[in-house]
Design a protein around this ligand. Structure first.
Ligand SMILES: O=C[C@H](O)[C@H](O)COP(=O)(O)O
Ligand SMILES: C=C(OP(=O)(O)O)C(=O)O
Length: 348
């Protein structure tokens, strides 16, 4: 037995009963998943844009952001397919706040049951706006609690090499983007895509919270997310070209999403617009592999440490990685939309 203390939390089925998804919400999720599959299958030539805060710590500010984003998504829907980034679980390099699910009160009380419920409530509210949502799957049990409300999943750079996350991805109902490793290794993500495409059997839990053997069918909508690493970005033309070749070598569709943040911008939020503009240029120049981009954005630019008194938190400002502000987000997405407008069929 592990040397640990166990506290019970409600089973996923109980949370579904308390917070069910309406038909309209379920339709938003399904439409989100199908549109992303169509983008990956090159049946839809819009650019997928996964954009939103590095992490959700204040659901009120998160919803304020979602309302702004829903309007912008509508405005740009001819050329961009916008999905909100809503990350509730943060993989840390060493230690730090692990996100709303793990510690919803940001005080190390780690009321994980409450965190699951708050994440679910938030996802219901965002999907109710007609805005589909993307998240990172970190804890293998979390998708049981709110996976029905997610349209796109990321596996992070720190877990792309993990068998547990590859198995999990093989059974997710969403397209899954595997990040390249923190050392910049694309091979790690290629191996993850190959693994997750296959059926797996592993230990997990059912919706009633009972231990269960999980048997999956394999997920054929896994793809590569380039986020830079090993001390350098990898969104440049040559790196993208080499990644395409690595995918083709393994007969994997050459579908790439470029993360404009993280090592691609040396975690400097002010560089994300530069990366985005470069990627849009590559697409205008004829690149067909880049199907989407990721941007870390919130209401206020930058980030802030978590203060001892949470009353001192700055509204709408990230408590994890630095984000571009809302005005910058509007500006750069409108520019991307304009630069890609009239180019329908460029990727088909
Ligand atoms: O996107 C978020 C961070 O880059 C990731 O969680 C690692 O953060 P850390 O290095 O501050 O722990
Ligand atoms: C942790 C993240 O990214 P990465 O796994 O690329 O570091 C993230 O997108 O929040």
């Amino acid at each position: 037995m592990p040397d640990a203390i166990f506290e019970q939390v409600p089973a996923p089925a109980e949370m579904y009963r308390r917070m069910p998804a309406s038909e309209r919400i379920a339709a938003t999720v399904q439409a989100g998943r199908q549109t992303i599959r169509d983008i990956l299958d090159r049946k839809d030539d819009r650019l997928l844009v996964v954009v939103g805060p590095c992490s959700i710590h204040d659901t009120e500010a998160g919803l304020d952001y979602a309302q702004r984003l829903a309007a912008l998504a509508d405005e740009l829907s001819d050329t961009l397919y916008v999905v909100m980034r809503a990350y509730f679980e943060k993989p840390r390099t060493t230690v730090g706040w692990k996100g709303l699910v793990n510690d919803p009160h940001m005080d190390d009380s780690c009321r994980i049951g409450e965190g699951m419920a708050r994440a679910r409530q938030f996802l219901l509210a965002v999907n109710a706006l007609g805005l589909p949502v993307a998240t990172e799957a970190l804890d293998p049990l979390s998708p049981h609690y709110f996976g029905d409300l997610i349209s796109w999943t990321a596996i992070g750079a720190r877990t792309t090499e993990s068998q547990v996350h590859r198995e999990l991805s093989s059974g997710l109902a969403t397209p899954v983007g595997f990040k390249n490793g923190t050392d910049g290794s694309v091979e790690t993500a290629v191996n993850a895509i190959l693994s997750a495409a296959c059926p797996h059997a592993f230990m997990g839990m059912d919706q009633d919270g009972r231990p269960a053997i999980v048997r999956t069918q394999g997920n054929r909508y896994c793809h590569l997310v380039m986020r830079g690493g090993g001390g350098r970005p990898n969104y440049d033309t040559v790196s993208i070209h080499l990644a395409e070749k690595a995918l083709e070598k393994h007969h994997i569709p050459a579908n790439i999403i470029v993360d404009c943040a993280h090592a691609n911008s040396w975690k400097q939020h002010a560089l994300q617009p530069v990366v985005l503009a470069d990627v849009v240029n590559q697409i205008r120049e004829g690149n067909r592999a880049i199907r989407g981009v990721m941007i870390e954005s919130f209401i206020e630019a930058g980030n802030q440490p978590i203060p001892a008194d949470l009353g001192d938190l700055r509204y709408g400002c990230s408590v994890t990685d630095a984000c571009v502000s809302w005005p910058t987000t509007e500006k750069i997405l409108r520019q991307a939309g304009q630069r890609l407008a009239g180019r329908r069929g460029w990727q088909a």
